[in-house]
Write a protein that binds this ligand. Sequence first.
Ligand code: CO
Length: 389
Amino acid sequence: MERLRAGDVRALARAISIVEAGSPGASELLAACRGFSERALRIGVTGPPGAGKSTLVDQMARRLRQQGKTVAVLAVDPTSPYTGGALLGDRIRMQDLAGDEGVYVRSVASRGATGGITRTAADVCAVMEATGSQTVLIETVGVGQDEVEVVQLADVTVVVLVPGMGDEVQSLKAGLMEVADIFVVNKSDAGGAERVEAEIHAMQGLAYEEPGVWMPPVVRTVATTGEGLDALMESVHLCAVEKEQADRQRIGRLVHEGLGLDHLGIAVRSIAAARGFYETLGLRVSHEETIEHEKVKTAMLPLGETRIELLEPTEEESVVGRFLAKRGEGLHHIALHVEGIDEVFNRLKAEGIRLASDEVRVGAGGHRYFFVHPASTGGVLVELVEGMV
Ligand code: CO
């Protein structure tokens, strides 16, 4: 970790190989990386084969270096074999950037990758960011389902098209049009750029009618000469700033404008014994349910806008059972409402916040939830629940 954080390229290469292959120690290494890393600006570049993405990425890296930024390039190829091509690709790419310690290039392919290419790419990004790299350029080879997914790891996504595609713009997967923050019409000196641009605008007319929503600009480039690259980098910068602001507002809204506190979870040895007090206060059990996968019986007692949730383990070997053995009866967790729980889950994970659930699960009353570890919350287990529709 020390060598990695100091920007040692050999340590970086080794660390990436470890997480890529899921070798022993990979998860510890990743956790350490996520703990240290400042999130880089991630720029995704995708588009059909032959659009000149690699040349464009080289030029973008060059511009970023001119601005004094350190750059890591992650070239993702979901189809090529795990070894051989990828390494060779590294050698022949970016020859005139070779020797610049501020640029690091790495290819990953999915064959042999544990947990899928998107997961691998996310992990490699985290390792790259642990070196203090300020920008990560994520380049995909084509526009398949995997590639669209990978590119969503990026903060700003650039979709590269070329003239001569004609009606093909229309046939590009809708998913690709949706993820685009910026359209590039590359090889725009070849003629026909107007037509591609017009088609993009025509599609945007249907898709982006909401005011206040980032309208993906169309930038014309000639990657081989660097033409249009300054305009592209300016658009990337503007988009990153705008999205960061929007993200901050959205995160701010998660709890404030949502439904607030959903419930307080209290661990008890026996619901039958504990409910008496609350019923004396006039509260009533509205809902009882056994959550099999948590090995827990729950009773909900509505209280104004919120609820008290009594939790009784059905087995000693369960989360609540172990809690009782260790701490005795008492406040077990607080549950807050969030909106867009999958996004919140991914967001917190990316921020390096320690989660106590490995995925979003379905709990009492069909609500989707996950837990945040007390280590990240000031000592209280926090449940995040998706707001009711
Ligand atoms: Co709960």
